[in-house]
Design a protein around this ligand. Structure first.
Ligand SMILES: [Zn+2]
Length: 275
């Protein structure tokens, strides 16, 4: 009789990359999305999976951290094989994939399905972190829309900046829609924000849709030069909160679901990225 019940020893649980992917595909309804990259198993390390590392992007630093942690799989939001990128597995991409293969590490990526999931998606998690209540989709007529509209108690842009800074650990870049008004009456009556469009990552161009949907403000990760003019001319405040910073929530939450379902150790590793 063994002193230790093996069913309670996490290191004894092993699953295949296919079983892990199937579970995540189903959970995220991954096949329903048209995406810019393949969702699911992108690199098959060929080993049973006993330990998983999650992260935002499958960069070399995350692979090194996974090797160090003795992980058999990496799960990310930004994987490889994006539409339009060169196909040969050479250079930086070659180095990453070679490292994964040499260490028998599988890499699994979920892009839009992980942005859009109503409970563990990046947008849902960001709203939760900022204390916002999601009420509808930013594109209400699409079958699998990405992006949401959320409401909050009426507040000034300054208050929202404080909330974002606390939640994400970095100060957002704020483009005020009021800055084209210079007379004192307008500045004293700075508008209050209560209806917010949001989409994590590089979704700054969806600001126009947020204006169409009569949002007071729009919040995404990145900003382009043109976004400033859009905000001013559309009369909508814009908050660029960081691509990486706004997309940590989804993959972390997916990792927790996987850990619970399979009884495997899953560790989120944050490779710092100011962009
Ligand atoms: Zn992204």
């Amino acid at each position: 009789m063994s002193a230790k019940d093996p069913s309670h020893d996490l290191s004894n649980v092993a699953i295949t990359a296919q079983a892990l992917t199937q579970f995540c595909d189903d959970y995220l309804s991954a096949n329903a999305f048209k995406d810019y990259a393949p969702n699911g198993l992108q690199v098959d390390g060929g080993q049973p999976i006993r330990r998983i590392v999650t992260g935002v992007t499958a960069c070399e630093a995350l692979i090194d951290a996974a090797i160090e942690a003795k992980a058999d799989a990496i799960m990310v939001h930004h994987g490889y094989f994006w539409k339009g990128e060169p196909e040969p597995i050479t250079g930086m991409k070659g180095q990453r994939i070679r490292k994964l293969m040499q260490h028998g590490i599988s890499m699994i990526g979920y892009h839009l399905p992980l942005d859009a999931h109503p409970i563990i998606g990046n947008n849902a998690k960001l709203a939760e972190m900022l204390g916002l209540t999601i009420t509808e989709a930013l594109y209400p007529h699409e079958t699998h829309p990405v992006g949401n509209i959320a409401i909050c108690a009426p507040q000034s842009a300054e208050t929202l900046i404080q909330t974002i800074t606390q939640a994400l650990g970095r100060v957002p870049l704020h483009i005020s829609s009021d800055c084209r008004f210079t007379n004192e009456d307008e500045t004293n009556n700075a508008k209050l924000i209560e209806r917010i469009g949001l989409c994590t990552g590089g979704a700054q161009d969806m600001i126009e849709q947020a204006a169409i949907m009569e949002c007071d403000a729009y919040l995404s990760g990145e900003i382009s030069e043109r976004t400033t003019h859009s905000a001013r001319e559309l009369g909508i405040d814009y908050f660029a909160c960081g691509h990486h910073a706004t997309e940590r929530g989804g993959i972390q939450a997916l990792g927790e679901i996987v850990a619970k379902h399979f009884g495997l150790p899953v560790t989120f590793i944050d490779i710092d990225n100011p962009a």
